[in-house]
Design a protein around this ligand. Structure first.
Ligand code: COA
Length: 161
């Protein structure tokens, strides 16, 4: 069985859709790392430090999950850290085209030694994205049940400032 898996994203912020994928992947693999991408050119609501802190707090019940970060190529992070598997969540057919391109390019960069594995996002979360969550929340809409409680607290603090 493949044992060292990686799940990546911007997680600005982490949603229940992401959490659902993380909890399921944590059951499939001995060790799962959640890798937060550092992208200085992308404007984010939360800094890398905040995203790491929020992630660690939300995932504290998962003993085989670690939190890390990376910049540059995903394939370099994978190759340097010896991951066996990259986990991706698929929300709908719209994700498929982009994901297959990325998986095939990464397969080349991984020298075919690492597999990309897709988990279907739970239908109740298949319509959400971090941007949509931020927009609705900033404009005063209700996002209860779409982000973990810990994340909602951080978002509330941010918008009150
Ligand atoms: N539930 C809810 N939302 C989800 C989700 C799920 N299961 N899966 C994805 N999403 C959301 C994300 O929050 C994100 O929302 P946003 O665009 O509003 O922020 C959106 O869907 C897209 O997700 P994703 O494709 O994972 O984008 P990302 O920005 O979070 O992460 C990387 C992208 C980091 C995986 C990718 O850009 C990468 O690997 N970059 C490194 C550079 C590299 O190697 N490039 C070459 C690739 S071949």
């Amino acid at each position: 069985m493949k044992s060292k898996a990686l799940y990546t994203g911007s997680f600005d912020p982490l949603t229940k859709g992401h959490l659902n994928i993380i909890e399921r992947a944590a059951k499939l693999y001995e060790e799962l790392t959640v890798g937060i991408i550092v992208n200085p050119s992308k404007e984010s609501m939360f800094s890398l430090e905040e995203r790491e802190e929020m992630m660690k707090e939300t995932l504290r019940h998962l003993t085989n999950v670690r939190v890390g970060h990376f910049s540059g190529l995903l394939a370099d992070y994978v190759n340097e850290n010896g991951f066996d598997v990259v986990v991706r969540g698929l929300r709908a057919t719209m994700d498929f085209e982009y994901e297959i391109q990325m998986a095939q390019m990464n397969a080349r960069l991984f020298d075919d030694k690492v597999e990309t594995v897709f988990l279907m996002t739970a239908p109740r979360y298949s319509f959400i994205s971090s941007s949509m969550i931020k927009e609705v929340h900033t404009l005063g809409g209700c996002i209860d049940g779409l982000v973990p409680d810990e994340i909602l607290e951080y978002m509330n603090k941010k918008t009150v400032k």
